[in-house]
Design a protein around this ligand. Structure first.
Ligand code: ZN
Length: 56
């Protein structure tokens, strides 16, 4: 599904990966298509509850 420029600008929202790194802007019409360009697990790869060793 594609979006036109005005719809995209009016409805876009910033997308970030699991570390809060900006990826792109998407709107509801192009969200799936644009996010498909990124790793499928990019948004949840950091959401696991794996223990993080803090040796500091
Ligand atoms: Zn769009």
């Amino acid at each position: 599904m594609t979006c036109d420029f005005d719809y995209h600008r009016a409805n876009r929202s910033a997308q970030y990966d699991g570390l809060g790194i900006f990826l792109t802007y998407t709107c509801p019409k192009c969200h799936r298509e644009k996010m498909a360009g990124f790793r499928a697990d990019i948004r949840d790869r950091y959401e696991t509850d794996e223990p993080i060793e803090d040796e500091a």
